[in-house]
Design a protein around this ligand. Structure first.
Ligand SMILES: *[C@@H]1O[C@H](CO)[C@@H](O)[C@H](O)[C@H]1NC(C)=O
Ligand SMILES: *[C@@H]1O[C@H](CO)[C@@H](O)[C@H](O)[C@H]1NC(C)=O
Ligand SMILES: *[C@@H]1O[C@H](CO)[C@@H](O)[C@H](O)[C@H]1NC(C)=O
Ligand SMILES: *[C@@H]1O[C@H](CO)[C@@H](O)[C@H](O)[C@H]1NC(C)=O
Ligand SMILES: *[C@@H]1O[C@H](CO)[C@@H](O)[C@H](O)[C@H]1NC(C)=O
Length: 300
């Protein structure tokens, strides 16, 4: 290696942060860390393509057509176009906005904009995860799905009655019909008793679609173990909390050596990304420091 190329190598190795990072570590103010990633080849291969950081540009109102022909293109809109960046969790049933990721408790909360809540009534839309996702990052035990306005023929009112449960003695499904502006309609439409409702877990939705369940609406909320008696449905946390597990493929060693965990996009074998120009299979060595010492002593 010539002196010049050695200098270049050292400069390059020492200032990796000056070049664009290979693995972005945030999206929409949400920290992105192992096992998640928004760039392919980063994070754990099992979590590949689960997250997507998407920026949408809101088109500005189209300017009124002028009679004068536009001779020169104007670039004013490119700098002022408002944009929103959203982190999405992708499943076979759609893309769901990620509200937060808690690395300490290993949970991620997502929100399905098409589901009903205590304030909005929306036609049901199945929520379905892939088999890999259900195994790796399933809804947490404190996430409850409420099936609303189920017909009298619904499996959860008949053969699969046992799939419905009360998650607490303080709260019942009837409370949703009684206190949510969105669900009051069901009580109003039925002169006597409101239609059936069922609190259940994700596994019920996984095995039976909403059509099979024969319920017209659903909602979901999490942190039910923190709900107190006086917490009204309006204040519950609507959304789905997912609880993930960390694949143990030796990422700790890579991180301790200053690297970022990733994988080879073709083989999906683990890679320890040390700098934009250097990937190792396990950990980042002290190659640069040794070289610098060698360089310093030999040439100055
Ligand atoms: C290191 O790995 C990442 C992720 O697979 C890849 O994007 C990058 O090109 C690799 N860099 C080198 C120098 O091989
Ligand atoms: C502007 O002109 C385009 C092309 O002639 C036309 O399609 C569009 O409807 C017009 N918009 C308005 C607001 O007049
Ligand atoms: C990310 O998700 C959005 C929203 O569903 C979708 O429009 C976009 O195509 C996705 N991008 C990638 C790279 O998958
Ligand atoms: C409730 O469910 C019944 C069928 O069981 C359906 O006919 C009715 O339209 C539903 N109510 C609303 C408000 O969607
Ligand atoms: C849940 O609670 C309600 C009201 O307290 C009760 O009517 C219902 O039978 C209970 N359901 C189950 C499955 O225990």
């Amino acid at each position: 290696m010539s002196l010049i190329s050695l200098i270049f190598f050292l400069l390059h190795s020492f200032y990796p942060s000056q070049s664009l990072p290979i693995c972005r570590d945030s999206c929409a103010n949400i920290q992105i860390d192992y096992p998640f990633a928004i760039d392919d080849g980063c994070g754990a291969p099992l979590y590949r393509n689960m997250l997507n950081c998407s920026t949408t540009f809101t088109p500005l109102a189209t300017p009124a057509n002028t009679t004068t022909p536009v001779l020169t293109p104007t670039f004013t809109t490119t700098t002022t176009t408002p944009s929103t960046t959203v982190l999405f969790f992708q499943t076979p049933s759609g893309s769901y906005k990620v509200e937060s990721i808690d690395y300490a408790s290993k949970t991620l909360t997502i929100y399905d904009p098409s589901m009903s809540t205590c304030t909005i009534l929306q036609p049901h839309h199945d929520f379905l995860m892939s088999d890999l996702q259900s195994a790796l990052i399933p809804p947490s035990p404190d996430t409850i799905f409420a099936l609303i306005n189920c017909s009298i023929d619904s499996p959860v009112l008949n053969h699969y009655k046992s799939l419905c449960f009360n998650f607490s003695t303080d709260h019942s499904c009837d409370e949703l019909y009684a206190s949510c502006t969105s669900f009051k309609i069901f009580q109003m439409l039925s002169n006597d008793t409101p239609p059936a409702c069922c609190f259940t877990s994700y596994s019920t939705l996984k095995f039976m679609s909403m059509n099979i369940l024969d319920c017209t609406h659903y909602t979901s909320f999490y942190d039910v173990d923190k709900l107190k008696e006086e917490d009204k449905p309006l204040d519950w946390s609507y959304g789905i909390k997912l609880s993930y597990s960390l694949p143990d493929i030796g990422c700790d060693r890579c991180r301790r050596s200053g690297g970022t965990c990733g994988f080879d996009v073709e083989t999906e074998g683990m890679l320890c990304i040390c700098s934009p120009t250097f990937n190792s299979t396990r950990q980042c060595g002290n190659v640069n420091k040794h070289l610098l010492r060698f360089f310093t002593f030999t040439h100055f």
